[in-house]
Design a binder for this molecule. Structure first.
Ligand SMILES: Cc1cc2nc3c(=O)[nH]c(=O)nc-3n(C[C@H](O)[C@H](O)[C@H](O)COP(=O)(O)OP(=O)(O)OC[C@H]3O[C@@H](n4cnc5c(N)ncnc54)[C@H](O)[C@@H]3O)c2cc1C
Length: 465
C-alpha cells in the first residue's frame, strides 16, 4: 500500500522545484496542507497577496489531480489532528527560516519522529542551506563580499522538475475555506495592487522571462533608476515562493551570453540576509552593532505621520512612500532613501520603519527587511557607515534626473520643471504660480532642513562613537 504523506506548505506556493512536494509525489499519496498558525504575523499587504496566491496554487494543484487543504491553529496540534484522521505516515516540508518558525519546526520534527512519523525536510527557499557558507573557523560571515565569493565557489543543486501528476487520498474533511483564513481586508483598498500584481507561478515566470529579455543587459547600470524599470520585480514572488531561486539562478547560468553576475550578486544578498537571520535571530529587533544600543533615537509622532503618508516635503521620499502605499512595493534605491531619511533626518528608530515596511510591502521578508534597515541605519554587518547621510535632494537629482518617478507618485508637482521638482522650495514664486502650486497648501514645506538634520544626526552619532 502506498504511504500517505502530508506536505506542509508555507511560503513556497509552487509546483516547480518544490523539493518536498516532488519527493512526496514520487513516493505516495500526498496531502498538501497549509496551516495558518495563530502565532503567524503577516502584514496586511502580504495577507492580501497570500490570499490571491493560495487560490492560484490550489487551482494549479487541482489541475494535476491534487488539491490544497487549509487549516488554522497551532501547527503541531493541527498537524496531529490531520495525521490521525488521514492515517498519514510521513510529513515533509521545505525549511522556513523565520527564527520562530525554524525553532518550532525543529521541535516539531523531533516530536513527530519520536511518535514514529517519518519526517523529511528540504531546502526550498535558498540556493544553499544557510549553514553551508561558513568561514574557515566555522563562524558565519559578517562581510558580504567574502560570503559572496565563498558561495560562488559552491555548486548550486539543479532545480527539480515541476510536479505534473499527484495522487491524493480520498478525504471526507475538506478543511477550511480560503475565506475562513481571513486574509482579505473588509475594506477593499487593494485596487491598484490588483492591477499590477498577478498571482501564481505563471505570472512569476512571465516576469522573469520579460526581465531576462529586456532588463538583464542593462541591469548593472539601470537598477538604480526608479522610473526606468530595469529591475526584475521578482521579490513579491520570491517572498511567497511562487518562483524558486534555484530556477532563477540556473536559468541565468545557462544563458551565459548576457552579463549575469550583477543580478546574481543581488540574489546572493538575499542568501546573506537569511544567513545573518539564522545565526543572529535577534537582528529584526536589535542592532547587530552593539554600540547602537545606546543611540538616542527620538520619535516625533507628527514627523512619523508625515513620513508614512508621503508628506515630508522631500519629493523623492514622498514619492517612495506613496508608491509603497499604493502598490505594496518600492524600488530598492528609494527604499534606501526613505529609510535613511527616517533614521537620520527624523531620528526615528529603524525598527519602527522596518515594521511599517513589513506591514505594507507585499514582498515583506523578515531577513531582507531586517538586513536592509540595519544596513541603512548603519547598525548592521557590513553596513553603510552611519555618518554617510544621504542628501535626498542630491539622490533625487542623480537617480530621477527628469523627475519622472516623482511626477508619477506626487502628481501635485507634476508640472514643475525638472530643476525644481527635486526641491520645490527653490522654485521662484512665478514658476510655482504658473504650475498652480501653493507651498504649504498643495505641497508641504520640508519637515526638517537637510543641513540642520544632518548636523543633528552626526552629533547623535558622536555620542556613541
Ligand atoms: C530598507 C530596506 C528594506 C527592504 N525590505 C525588503 C523586504 O522586506 N523584502 C525583500 O524582498 N527585499 C527587501 N529589501 C531589498 C530590496 O530592496 C528588494 O529585494 C528589491 O527592491 C526587490 O526588487 P526586485 O525584485 O526588482 O529586485 P532586483 O534588483 O531585480 O533583484 C532580484 C532579487 O534579488 C534580491 N535582492 C535584491 N536586492 C536585495 C537586497 N538589497 N537585499 C536582499 N536581497 C536583495 C531580491 O530577492 C530581489 O527580488 C529591502 C531593502 C531596504 C534598503
Amino acid at each position: 500500500m502506498k504511504k500517505t504523506i502530508i506536505v506542509l506548505i508555507r511560503e513556497d506556493l509552487r509546483i516547480d522545484d518544490h523539493p518536498a512536494l516532488f519527493e512526496a509525489s514520487q513516493e505516495g499519496n500526498v496531502i498538501p496542507l497549509f496551516i495558518l498558525d495563530e502565532a503567524a504575523s503577516f502584514g496586511e499587504a502580504k495577507k492580501w497577496w497570500l490570499h490571491r496566491n493560495i487560490k492560484t496554487f490550489k487551482d494549479t494543484l487541482q489541475s494535476i489531480n491534487g488539491d490544497l487543504w487549509l487549516d488554522k491553529g497551532k501547527t503541531e496540534e493541527v498537524l496531529l489532528r490531520w495525521i490521525e484522521k488521514t492515517n498519514a505516515q510521513a510529513v515533509y516540508w521545505n525549511r522556513a527560516y523565520h527564527p520562530e518558525v525554524y525553532d518550532r519546526d525543529r521541535k516539531l520534527a523531533h516530536s513527530l519522529s519520536s511518535q514514529g512519523i517519518d519526517v523529511k525536510t528540504f531546502e526550498g527557499t535558498l540556493l544553499l542551506p544557510p549553514w553551508n557558507i561558513k568561514k574557515d573557523d566555522d563562524t558565519p560571515y559578517k562581510v558580504y563580499s567574502a560570503f559572496y565569493k565563498s558561495l560562488r565557489k559552491q555548486d548550486i543543486p539543479k532545480p527539480r522538475p515541476p510536479v505534473r501528476q499527484m495522487n491524493v487520498p480520498q478525504l471526507k474533511d475538506t478543511g477550511m475555506s480560503l475565506k475562513d483564513l481571513g486574509f482579505m481586508p473588509s475594506v477593499p483598498w487593494y485596487h491598484v495592487m490588483e492591477s499590477i500584481w498577478d498571482p501564481g507561478e505563471d505570472a512569476a515566470l512571465k516576469r522573469m522571462n520579460a526581465f531576462l529579455e529586456k532588463g538583464l543587459h542593462v541591469y548593472s547600470e539601470g537598477r538604480d533608476f526608479p522610473s526606468e524599470g530595469h529591475i526584475s520585480t521578482l521579490s513579491p514572488y520570491l517572498a511567497l515562493g511562487t518562483i524558486s531561486v534555484r530556477r532563477i539562478f540556473h536559468t541565468l547560468v545557462e544563458m551565459d551570453s548576457k552579463p549575469i553576475e550583477p543580478f546574481i550578486k543581488q540574489l546572493i544578498w538575499r542568501e546573506f540576509s537569511y544567513t545573518v537571520l539564522l545565526h543572529f535571530p535577534e537582528s529584526p529587533a536589535r542592532p547587530l552593532n552593539k554600540k547602537f544600543g545606546d543611540f538616542k533615537w527620538q520619535t516625533n509622532e507628527d514627523d512619523w505621520e508625515k513620513w508614512t503618508k508621503g508628506k515630508t516635503g522631500y519629493p523623492i521620499v514622498d514619492a517612495g512612500m506613496r508608491e509603497l502605499w499604493a502598490t505594496g512595493f518600492m524600488h530598492n534605491r528609494v527604499r534606501m532613501i526613505v529609510a535613511s531619511f527616517l533614521t537620520k533626518h527624523l531620528l526615528i528608530p529603524w525598527q519602527r520603519g522596518a515594521k511599517w515596511f513589513l506591514n505594507t510591502l507585499i514582498d515583506a521578508d523578515l531577513a531582507n527587511n531586517s538586513m536592509g534597515w540595519q544596513w541603512v541605519a548603519g547598525s548592521g554587518f557590513d553596513s553603510a557607515p552611519y555618518f554617510r547621510i544621504f542628501n535626498p535632494t542630491l539622490q533625487s537629482e542623480k537617480f530621477d534626473k527628469d523627475g519622472a518617478y516623482i511626477r508619477m507618485w506626487v502628481p501635485e508637482l507634476a508640472n514643475l520643471p525638472s530643476p525644481y521638482i527635486h526641491k520645490p522650495t527653490d522654485a521662484p514664486a512665478a514658476v510655482l504660480e504658473e504650475c498652480n502650486i501653493s507651498m504649504g497648501k498643495d505641497y508641504p514645506y520640508p519637515v526638517v532642513d537637510h543641513k540642520a538634520a544632518r548636523k543633528r544626526a552626526l552629533e547623535r552619532y558622536d555620542e556613541i562613537k
